[in-house]
Design a binder for this molecule. Structure first.
Ligand SMILES: [Zn+2]
Length: 150
């Protein structure tokens, strides 16, 4: 941390305040050269990783889009809104805690499939058939067999 007065490189932390809002840390610092004091605020940033699509383009993560694909797969299925929220939360937590700056869209697809498998088998098959774009009937049958197993 550079001193804002003399631009000296070395400053000393003299006090650290726990965050009041949960994610900003306040620090009192002292410059070891000019002895001036100043305060810094450090934000703890939990950023969603950027999604890398198959064609290499990057896109921002959007909860709305995630919800959209889940809802599409779950159309007319007996799954509560609360269960969908929980699934979305779990996916978001996984992404946040990965600590990655970028993830492949395929990884998110896998996370969605994992949640759908738990929520509703029909929705899972629906999503998987679009997402994995099954090329023939045997692939489709395989996926159904897999769902039946658990
Ligand atoms: Zn200084």
């Amino acid at each position: 941390m550079k001193c804002p007065y003399c631009h000296h490189d070395d400053t000393q932390v003299i006090d650290t305040r726990a965050p009041e809002d949960g994610n900003t840390i306040r620090r009192r610092r002292r410059c070891t050269q000019c002895d001036k004091r100043f305060t810094t605020y450090e934000r703890i940033e939990l950023a969603m990783p950027v999604i890398v699509k198959k064609n290499g383009s990057r896109t921002e993560f959007e909860t709305g889009k995630l919800r959209g694909s889940l809802m599409l797969a779950l159309r007319k299925r007996p799954v509560s809104a609360e269960a969908v929220d929980t699934a979305i939360q779990r996916i978001e937590e996984k992404l946040l805690s990965s600590g990655e700056r970028e993830v492949n869209s395929g990884y998110i697809g896998e996370l969605v499939m994992r949640e759908l498998k738990r929520l509703d088998k029909i929705a899972y098959i629906r999503f998987a058939s679009v997402y994995k774009s099954f090329e023939d009937l045997s692939e489709f049958a395989e996926a159904i067999q897999e769902v039946k197993k658990n």
